[in-house]
Design a protein around this ligand. Structure first.
Ligand code: BGC
Length: 905
């Protein structure tokens, strides 16, 4: 047999590369395929799993040999041997057979390792700072403590030494906190996570992290050290600053366990317990919203190393784990992803230096400074400047975003906060000894480490800037949960924002694991009656938040997000996992709305939030549209998981809501009550109109745009559907016009006014100055949901079937663009679509991954060629039809270059 051209690569388990601490009892394995040849398919695969790489080679040592499985599937292969145990390490590889039954070589091996699956695996107890002999830990007094910082307490430093008397083969540290934590082993920081364990509703679920600490341990005496911060658990969260400590708990606690396996096969474990020692150190306080204060004079050299004299330290308080629900973190966690040099520094007032990082980011800065002990440097962070060049902080509301550093006076000092994050472009530095150089400040960009998966680029610098701003909006707001904004006292997992942006997000980054985690937050937050919330995780103890349930377009994220993840990643497990919750939600709505108009149980109905120019989409109409949409998506998900009766019930429900919608809101001429852009967008996108009224409704939509002098007037809800609906209805030219507008309201207007992220409001800043500081974030991703259209319609990369098994390549050139290209790493491999207009010719280069097929629409009907040959002579290209100015072709995997003569413009 000839060796196959196919090569399995990109092996992943549960969406991650070589994950440790997998919590899924039946992990799913996936790979992608590479090949230079066209039309490649996989006809079968074989997976081998063993406990180590060496054992993979000997059949008798295998944990699992799938045998040859006749299947074209490259994703979601379930590990199905005997149940995996806690800590089981699995090395695996895969080979495939191509369409003519030729085998590929085996892939390079990949690894996955199970986490602690049973409650009984946890041996430790929660520990927290005990009482110091000098009395309770008091916040040091000082002028840096304003009303908010008052009441914040120093971060506890915790340590414990232990001997290891044999050579270690493998060691894993499992850890979590109520609060946030940073661990070290023998003085070396463990892992790269920051702000671990991330945010969940801690009353329902707490994530633990798993670290390989084998190289950090030594035979002999060892030391474990931990620093804790308040984080989401005990600190200020949301717009409720009075409630510090009132949401989940009052003070941070640590739970950690070191599992050691020696070379001789024996094991030992060491967990947090009552004999740990505790002290305070340089972190005077730390809080996500307030900031961090650090006194370097109180640093404790060597505290996390063995041999440190901790006789001056005191004890810890211990508490049983009891019913804490500990779960493995399924996504990549939060990290410092990138560093940015400052672009400029000014001194608008004497001694007040303002550093400009050149773009609005989320994270913190690293400060370099040299000076006398006791000198206090204050760093205040802001998104914008006032006209006099000082920082504008009013829009932060009660969030302080202020870090202070007190020098120890020992030469060059470097400081980075650990337990806070800020949304900012500018950093005001005061108290700096001497005049700071530009290098005194470096921006550290912090977010969930969702792997980049797509890029988009075209001939318009404005549109490229828009794409860049969308990505930076996503980067700033995907921090453990999808937040609305990263700077003011809010930073909540608002559901409406998430649902409108999830598809765009999935192009820019691989967000499968991120949303898998967040959907559990959503389910945890469902009300006992079945209502999905407005924000997830639920912010306990906050009256304001607890009241919010069921808002149209917000709570519907409970259905839309799983559906989007299922479609994008061909993942039915997320549907299975949340199916019951979704059914309960559907029943909750159904019971209360017998007329099929959603007018009851609407919670906080935000309507088309922040639509400009007072464009009011009737709220019942918006609510009813979303209900019908939920029913439609439920039918698809029921079908995809084999629940055929449910599917037909939901189709039926969808029909009834549609009928009620039409009767209540739609005139025979296609006009829809409210007559706003969003009314038409909802009806067209959600398929709520009889076929014969669709084009009339689309004409009305265009009329409402013309009425605004060819501008949009959509808020958070309508904006995501705007360009896709226009394009589908044959108004691509109008979509391009909106895309490239530079006058208010438009994306271009924000860019002309210096936006480097997506603004919360179309008029965040105008010639009249800033919008109301009560609600004016410069980093909110919702209005960036046009990103989906750039990939799907401008570049032309779209889903045919879930997970891009069948791909649709259909670029829609328009406006003044002369080229556009998109690249997207789908679950089935890299797809790209790149077009240019060259003289009379439209040239389209396409890459289709092995084992998938595509329908390609070339927007031309004349002289169509591929690789310089007429298409009917081209290898692997099948002509399907022409019509509506397009030639439609079918191709298998591979690289293609199509060309066609453009109609004279
Ligand atoms: C948030 C939004 C959110 C909205 C609900 C705002 O305060 O910033 O993004 O969706 O409230 O209407």
């Amino acid at each position: 047999m000839a060796p196959s051209e196919l090569r399995p690569v990109g092996l992943r388990c549960e969406y991650r590369v070589d994950p440790l601490g997998v919590g899924e009892r039946i992990p799913r394995l996936s790979w992608t395929l590479e090949s230079e040849e066209r039309g490649q398919v996989q006809s079968a695969f074989r997976i081998l799993v063993a406990a180590s790489e060496g054992e993979l080679e000997a059949e008798e040592n295998l944990l699992w040999d799938s045998g040859r499985v006749e299947s074209g599937s490259t994703i979601g292969a379930e590990y199905e041997r005997e149940a995996l145990r806690s800590g089981s390490q699995c090395v695996w590889k895969v080979r495939v057979w191509d369409g003519t039954n030729n085998p590929s070589p085996y892939s390079s091996p990949a690894v996955f390792e199970m986490g602690l699956l049973e409650k009984s695996d946890w041996e430790g107890v929660w520990i927290s700072a005990g009482k110091s002999p000098a009395g309770d830990m008091e916040p040091p007094s000082g002028d840096e403590y304003d009303d908010l910082a008052n009441g914040l307490v120093p971060s506890p430093y915790l340590r414990r030494e232990f001997p290891l008397d044999k050579t270690v083969r493998r060691a894993r540290l499992y850890a979590t906190a109520r609060g946030v934590y940073e661990l070290s082993v023998n003085g070396t920081r463990v892992g790269e996570d920051v702000l671990a364990p991330g945010w969940t509703d801690y009353d329902r679920r707490l994530q633990y992290q798993t670290y390989d600490v084998t190289p950090l341990l030594a035979e002999g005496q060892n030391a474990l050290g931990a620093v804790l911060g308040d984080g989401w658990f005990a600190g200020f969260v949301g717009f409720d600053p009075k409630h510090r400590g009132a949401h989940y708990g009052a003070r941070p606690q640590l739970l950690a366990q070191l599992n050691v396996e020696y070379e001789d096969g024996t094991t030992e474990s060491l967990a947090t317990e009552g004999s740990w020692r505790c002290s305070t150190g340089p972190i005077l306080y730390s809080d996500l919203l307030v900031g961090e204060s650090y006194d370097a004079r109180s640093e404790i050299p060597g505290w996390a190393e063995p041999g440190f004299d901790d006789s001056g330290w005191y004890g810890v308080e211990a508490e049983e784990i009891e019913d804490t629900n500990l779960v493995a973190q399924p996504d990549e966690g939060v990290r410092v992803i990138e560093e940015l040099e400052a672009k400029a520094v000014t001194e608008p007032e004497s001694g007040r230096y303002v550093f400009d990082l050149g773009r609005n980011i989320v994270g913190w800065v690293r400060l370099k400074v040299e000076g006398e002990a006791g000198t206090k440097v204050t760093l205040r962070h802001a998104e914008a400047l006032d006209p006099d060049g000082t920082i504008y902080t009013e829009n932060l509301r009660s969030a302080r975003q202020t870090d202070t550093y007190i020098l120890k006076g020992e030469g060059k000092e470097v400081y980075e906060p650990r337990f806070t994050f800020h949304g900012f472009r500018y950093v005001e530095v005061t108290g700096y000894p001497g005049e700071p150089h530009l290098e005194a400040v470096t921006g550290c960009v912090v977010h969930s480490a969702t792997p980049p998966s797509g890029s988009f680029e075209c001939s318009s610098s404005l549109v490229n800037k828009l794409q860049e701003n969308i990505v930076w909006g996503q980067r700033g707001n995907f921090l453990s949960v999808p937040t609305d904004c990263p700077q003011r006292d809010e930073r909540l997992g608002w559901m409406g924002d998430a649902q409108i942006f999830v598809r765009t997000a999935s192009f820019n980054m691989d967000v499968a694991a991120f949303f898998e985690k967040w959907m559990t937050d959503v389910q945890d937050a469902q009300s006992p009656e079945g209502a999905f919330p407005d924000v997830a995780p639920l912010l306990r103890g906050s009256g304001l938040i607890d009241l919010r349930w069921g808002a149209p377009a917000w709570s519907d994220a409970g259905v839309i997000v799983p559906w989007t993840i299922y479609r994008t990643y061909d993942d039915t497990r997320i549907v299975e996992r949340h199916y019951k919750a979704m059914v309960r939600w559907m029943e909750y709505l159904r019971e209360a709305n017998p007329d099929f108009i959603r007018k009851n149980r609407m919670g906080n109905n935000y309507g088309d939030w922040l639509s400009p120019k007072g464009d009011h989409t009737p709220k019942h109409l918006l609510a009813t549209a979303y209900w019908a949409y939920d029913a439609k998506l439920m039918a698809e998900m029921a079908e995809a998981t084999g629940r055929y009766d449910d599917a037909s019930e939901y189709r039926d429900l969808n029909e009834r809501i549609k009928a009620a919608f039409e009767e209540a809101y739609v005139s025979p001429d296609g006009r829809i009550e409210g007559d706003t852009q969003t009314c038409y967008l909802l009806a067209l996108h959600m398929d709520l109109l009889p076929e014969d009224l669709r084009s009339a409704a689309a004409e009305h939509l265009v009329r409402t745009i013309e009425r605004e002098d060819w501008h949009l007037s959509t808020g958070f809800v309508g904006v995501g559907y705007l360009c896709p609906v226009l394009t589908e209805a044959g108004y691509t030219d109008v979509a391009y016009r909106l895309l490239t507008n530079e006058t208010y309201p438009s994306w271009g207007y924000t860019i002309k006014n210096g936006a480097t992220t997506i603004w919360e409001r179309w008029d965040g800043w105008t010639e009249a100055g800033f919008q109301s500081p009560n609600m004016n974030s410069f980093n909110h991703y919702s209005l960036g949901s046009v990103g989906e259209w750039l990939y799907r319609y401008v570049a032309g990369i779209d889903l045919g079937t879930p997970g891009y098994g069948h791909i649709l390549i259909r670029p829609r050139p328009g406006g003044s663009l002369t080229h556009a290209s998109g690249e997207y790493d789908s679950v089935r491999g890299r797809i790209s679509s790149s077009w240019k207009i060259e003289g009379d010719w439209f040239v389209l280069e396409v890459l289709i991954p092995p084992n998938t097929a595509a329908t390609v629409h070339v927007p031309s009907t004349d002289d169509i060629s591929e690789g310089g040959r007429p298409v009917d002579e081209a290898d692997g290209v099948e002509f399907l039809r022409t019509g509506e100015g397009e030639t439609v072709l079918s191709v298998g995997s591979g690289r293609y270059e199509f060309a066609g003569r453009m109609a004279r413009r």
